[in-house]
Ligand binder design. Structure first.
Ligand code: PLP
Length: 362
């Protein structure tokens, strides 16, 4: 789809995109200035492998405030984005041939990241809930970890406390690591946000993947972090040490500033996405053949469509210049759905939804 959109734009067509996972939040000028100031002050050299201790301490406090989990600076590793945090965790725990349970529908990088570590991804349907019996049935003697994402890309769903509790019990019984991807956790609307690391037991075997990308409109800065079980930051950071070595200091200075203005900027971002999701969901739901509820987090919508999702996405793009992503791109259980995002401008979203209503699904 990305290639198709690129080709259509190159051919001079104006494509309205409801496909991008890159929020239309410009990075706050104070964040940019912090990076600039760090560079001017000489922060242009190698830094600590685990990251700037000031940023790591601020993230430990931030995570404690959100989940209640007790984190020390020593438990936080700064990474170039959430994706690298995920890969760093997997590089540390996946031996060749080991199996990792991966959610489906789920973010497209989980399986490939497991494979990069010579592991085997085992896909598990988790569309509306984490089916614990199915998860347990999929565990073999080679299973080492389960990846869980909340809020979920592509559905925007927040995993419930009951599901998290069941998952933590299961992981403890089978001695599995939990790799918990919470990169949309700052975009949760009006609901609690249960986490495995927030439970007394789960903190001991959960790796938390998080990022500045979606929260602050900083996708291109490549700044994320991994919060590790106590005592594991040294062995886990080997991959960082012998690959990128460290994240640029100026980028980390930007992250520190972002955390300092969090309370000021986040409510506005959250409210914008919530309003857009609610409005877009109502308009989509009014189209015959589309069923859409507004999720309570992120900037995604995952309506079901009474059509072949790939054919429909292709038709809307080819004939109506509206880009969406077929749900089956996120795994077989996503078929019959489309993933839409509300990351374009209000005007573009409005126009795209009008075109969808006119085009219909049949
Ligand atoms: N996890 C999920 C579920 C995502 O959707 C993304 C990005 O789309 C990421 C992780 C990684 O984001 P980044 O590497 O920009 O921090």
């Amino acid at each position: 789809m990305t290639e198709k959109v690129r080709a259509a734009k190159a051919a001079g067509r104006r494509i309205l995109s409801l496909a991008s996972g890159d929020p239309n939040i410009p990075t706050d000028p104070r964040i940019i200035e912090a990076a600039h100031a760090a560079l001017k002050a000489g922060d242009t050299r190698y830094g600590p492998v685990l990251g700037d201790p000031r940023l790591r301490a601020a993230l430990a406090a931030h995570e404690q405030r959100r989940s209640g989990a007790q984190y020390e600076e020593a438990d936080i590793i700064i990474t170039p984005g959430g994706k690298f945090a995920l890969l760093t965790a997997l590089m540390g725990i996946v031996e060749p041939g080991a199996e990792v349970l991966v959610p489906e529908p789920g973010w497209v990088s989980y399986g490939p990241c497991v494979e990069l570590c010579a592991g085997k991804p085992v896909l598990l349907p988790m569309l509306d809930r984490i089916g614990l019996p199915a998860l347990e049935a999929a565990i073999t003697e080679r299973t080492v970890a389960v990846i869980v994402n909340s809020p979920v890309n592509p559905t925007g769903r927040v995993i419930t406390q009951k599901e998290i509790d069941g998952l933590v019990d299961l992981a403890e019984r089978h001695k599995l690591w939990i790799v918990f991807d919470q990169v949309y956790s700052d975009l949760v609307h009006d609901t609690s946000f249960p986490t495995p690391q927030g439970t007394a037991k789960g903190r001991a075997f959960t790796f938390v993947v998080d990022s500045f990308s979606k929260t602050f409109g900083m996708t291109g800065w490549r700044l994320g972090y991994l919060a590790v079980p106590p005592g594991l930051s040294k062995p886990i950071s080997r991959f960082i040490q012998h690959s990128i070595y460290c994240v640029p200091g100026a980028v980390q200075a930007a992250g520190l500033k972002a955390l300092q203005i969090y309370d000021e900027v986040l409510p506005g971002y959250r409210e914008m996405f919530r309003r857009r999701q609610r409005d877009a969901a109502a308009r989509l739901d009014a189209v015959p053949g589309i069923k859409c509820a507004a999720p309570n987090a992120s900037f995604y919508l995952f309506p079901s469509v009474a059509a072949d999702d790939r054919a429909l996405a292709a038709r809307w793009l080819d004939q109506h210049d509206v880009a969406t992503v077929p749900g089956s791109a996120f795994g077989g259980t996503g078929s019959g759905h489309l993933r839409l995002t509300v990351t374009a401008s209000d005007k573009e979203i409005d126009e795209a939804l009008s075109r969808i209503a006119a085009a219909g699904v049949a």
